[in-house]
Design a protein around this ligand. Structure first.
Ligand code: ZN
Length: 117
């Protein structure tokens, strides 16, 4: 059996319905450490799909995940509620993905797979 586990890592605040630096910081300081602890105790390796905006706000979050031997993926640039990816035209989608890949790849120094969920 093959088990896949993925996580989206972004700065979107559900209560505020917008991107928030405070949410990004809380994800880094509270959410990620809890998840990484659970995965360490259960011996599970995962893919963490970061938005480019999250990486810009808290670049050290990528290093934290890499330090725990998980994979980094791309979750688009910002996953903003104002700019739904599926409503963008093709050129906007390409720009969005390129921007995300540049930010995330620039932080990790690795090639970034362009998966948008
Ligand atoms: Zn998302």
């Amino acid at each position: 059996m093959y088990f896949l586990m993925t996580n989206d890592v972004e700065s979107f605040s559900i209560p505020l319905n917008r991107l928030s630096p405070d949410t990004a910081r809380e994800v880094y300081e509270v959410g990620l450490p809890r998840l990484l602890d659970v995965y360490a105790k259960t011996d599970i390796r995962c893919t963490f799909y970061f938005t480019g905006r999250m990486v810009e706000m808290v670049p050290e979050a990528v290093e934290l995940v890499l330090d725990h031997w998980h994979e980094i993926g791309c979750h688009g640039y910002d996953h903003s509620p104002d700019r739904a990816f599926d409503l963008m035209d093709l050129n906007e989608q390409i720009r969005e993905l390129k921007r995300a890949k540049d930010v995330i790849g620039g932080t990790t120094g690795r090639h970034c797979e362009a998966t948008v969920t």
